[in-house]
Design a protein around this ligand. Structure first.
Ligand code: NAG
Ligand code: NAG
Ligand code: NAG
Ligand code: NAG
Ligand code: NAG
Ligand code: NAG
Ligand code: NAG
Ligand code: NAG
Ligand code: NAG
Ligand code: NAG
Ligand code: NAG
Ligand code: NAG
Length: 535
């Protein structure tokens, strides 16, 4: 048994086995790769130098040469008989495989024969994979996006035959053979790819003859983003001079980049770049000094992610608006009953902190047995129970957001209960009658000589109008609780007159009471000096 080594130019290994042939000579199996230099041995016993050697391949003579003078090969110089009779094949090619027989003449009339079985095998070579559509990271990892269809192809060259196998190793499967073929390429595809398909895909090319194997592994990541937009929310910061906005976008892989910025409006251009915060996170908070906020400002949170197509922008925003509490400015209630004051704050962005306050000092109303607070969406209701005269006065619905504080002023008028009023009026009328009778009697008695009635009653001013006279030149407003004559003016000077009607307790109807000095203003502008204004 002999082991014969053949020189190799390439990195392939040789597997050589030897067997004794039935007729006394030896038979050797030799494996070579294309490009190798193969050396086929002949007479290896003893020291004798063969005089003449003939090599046959598959029964046909391919070369004949003598020991001391190696013969040139007729076959493109690839074959040569060396001085010891062995056959050298330079640059083995597929097709060189076969059964070779050497027949050599040794000195002393001896003949020696040997058989060599040459196999040519190669590969796997040029094993390559392609996976797509996918984006490559710098480290070779590929990225596919959830929902897409991803094709996998693997090819390789092996001689004489090969087996290609795609295998997958993921979070849920250690290594799973997907498909296999004996062809030169193998492809498959995954439709609507899901995160569970994330893992390492390897293509293994196995030369079924030489048992050489090559595998190519590629990590594939499946990126995804949620369908929804980010959520913009807000919380007051501990520090009252600041406000905190929060942008949250959960469910994206890998972690997205969130960016807080400002829409470039007319005003926004002035603030360009003041709000510009980016971070790789799924929840980004933005803390702003209130002095950086203004009415109409649009703060926007944009999500950035590789899995987001440029035209499918995901963002949330809000446009800041100052609060605007709305409701009836006047309310009238009867003593002993209860009343509900209603305030609606639907404008404020971010939502305002809306509270009910009482009196000009604006003391905050604490809910209890007297006051019941009830909130229904944007509507904040204040119910005052067991109304007494003390409850009369100003109430404020105070609404505050980072931009501004605004108040709705409500004046509550408390009427005495009707029975009580009736009694008071009755007593008053009775007293009036009695008093008048007494006065008349006394008057009649004291002015027995001249009885003069009339003239005085018609001049009684029973209106509560107030004149406010304004010199529009200096835009100063004068208000007075008593009727007042306009000042004497020289020439044609413009005078502005503001009339405030003082609430009349005689009016039963709240609508016509027109009571609040702030609410009812009538303005007359005239070119002439005003001598007298009546309504
Ligand atoms: C030697 O054996 C081979 C096959 O092993 C055969 O083809 C050949 O004819 C034999 N030669 C002799 C001389 O027996
Ligand atoms: C080879 O073998 C044959 C007979 O099988 C013989 O005639 C011949 O002389 C041998 N030697 C050479 C170099 O061919
Ligand atoms: C060599 O062999 C041939 C026949 O095969 C024979 O005629 C010759 O005599 C032999 N020579 C010697 C030296 O044995
Ligand atoms: C492998 O690829 C190289 C270059 O791409 C090419 O020259 C060579 O012929 C290929 N080998 C096989 C066996 O296809
Ligand atoms: C390649 O980079 C990505 C992201 O940077 C990482 O998640 C992945 O593990 C890396 N892959 C390899 C094989 O290093
Ligand atoms: C796979 O790759 C091989 C070699 O590059 C190519 O010939 C074959 O067409 C590919 N198959 C598909 C389905 O793309
Ligand atoms: C899975 O891995 C084991 C060893 O880790 C290996 O023996 C087996 O061949 C692998 N299967 C596939 C399909 O790759
Ligand atoms: C691919 O080769 C690596 C080593 O290079 C081995 O750990 C892995 O199991 C092989 N995969 C397959 C599917 O053969
Ligand atoms: C935000 O800042 C980045 C650099 O940190 C800059 O490239 C970008 O232009 C800025 N955006 C605006 C609107 O100023
Ligand atoms: C808020 O901004 C104003 C004006 O830019 C500044 O005077 C004030 O110090 C800031 N407050 C804080 C707490 O930074
Ligand atoms: C609203 O304002 C009151 C005081 O005005 C304060 O006690 C309360 O904590 C504020 N609520 C919120 C949610 O800021
Ligand atoms: C209503 O208020 C009066 C005093 O204003 C009090 O005496 C009375 O107990 C109150 N009634 C209820 C039911 O609270």
């Amino acid at each position: 048994m002999k082991i014969v080594a053949a020189a190799a130019l390439l990195q392939l290994c040789f597997c050589a086995t030897a067997a004794v042939s039935g007729n006394g000579s030896t038979e050797t199996a030799l494996t070579a790769a294309p490009g190798d230099v193969a050396l086929l041995p002949c007479y290896t016993d003893g020291n004798a130098t063969p005089t003449l050697t003939a090599w046959m391949k598959n029964g046909r003579e391919v070369i004949r040469g003598g020991g001391s003078s190696p013969s040139p090969s007729p076959d493109g110089q690839r074959l040569a008989v060396l001085h010891d009779g062995s056959l050298e094949i330079t640059g083995v090619i597929p097709g060189d495989e076969g059964s070779y027989l050497c027949n050599t003449s040794l000195p002393g009339n001896n003949t020696f024969r040997a058989r060599v079985l040459l196999r040519v095998t190669s590969g796997p070579e040029n094993v390559s994979t392609s996976i797509g559509p996918a984006t490559a990271l710098s480290n070779g990892t590929l990225i596919a996006y959830r929902g897409s269809t991803v094709s996998f192809n693997c090819s390789g060259v092996s001689y004489p035959s090969q087996q290609l196998t795609w295998a997958f190793r993921g979070a849920s499967s250690s290594n799973e053979s997907l498909v296999s073929t004996s062809g030169s390429w193998l492809d498959f595809r995954i439709e609507d790819i899901q995160p569970s398909a994330q893992g390492v895909y390897s293509c293994r090319a196995h030369n079924t003859f030489s048992h050489q194997a090559v595998n190519k592994s590629t990590q594939l990541l499946v990126y995804y983003v949620p369908d929804r937009h980010p959520e913009c929310s807000w919380v007051p910061a501990q520090d009252p001079s600041h406000f905190q906005f929060i942008c949250t976008w959960l469910g994206a892989y890998p972690t997205p980049t969130l960016h807080w910025g400002e829409d470039q409006g007319e005003q926004g251009a002035h603030w360009k770049g003041r709000v510009n915060v980016s971070e790789v996170t799924d929840s980004l908070s933005l803390r702003l000094n209130r002095s950086m906020l203004f009415d109409g400002q649009t703060l926007r949170c944009m999500a950035g992610h590789l899995a987001l197509a440029p035209e499918r922008e995901k963002s949330c925003s809000f446009t800041l608006k100052p609060p605007y509490p709305e409701g009836e400015p006047l309310a009238t209630v009867q003593e002993g009953t209860s009343i509900t004051l209603t305030c609606t704050e639907a404008m404020s962005t971010p939502p305002a902190n809306t509270t009910w306050r009482k009196g000009l000092q604006q003391e905050e109303i604490v809910p209890g047995s007297k006051y019941v607070l009830h909130e229904e969406g944007p509507v904040l209701k204040l119910t005052i129970l067991n109304i007494s005269k003390d409850d009369e006065g100003y109430y404020f619905c105070r609404s505050e957001n980072p931009l501004a504080v605004r108040e709705l002023e409500v004046y509550l008028t408390v009427r005495a209960s009707s029975a009580y009023t009736g009694a008071i009026i009755g007593i008053f009328i009775a007293a009036l009658i009695v008093g008048s009778a007494a006065v008349i009697a006394k008057t009649l008695y004291s002015s027995r000589h001249q009885i003069c009635l009339g003239g005085g009653f018609g001049q009684i001013e029973d209106r509560g109008d107030v004149l406010s006279l304004v010199e529009s030149d200096d835009e100063q407003i004068f208000q007075d609780a008593v009727p007042r004559l306009p000042p004497l003016t020289n020439g044609r000077q413009t005078t502005l007159v503001q009339i405030h009607r003082i609430p009349s307790s005689d009016h039963e109807d709240a609508e016509t009471a027109d009571s609040s000095p702030q609410q009812q203003e009538e303005t007359v502008q005239t070119e002439e000096p005003v001598d007298l204004v009546t309504f």
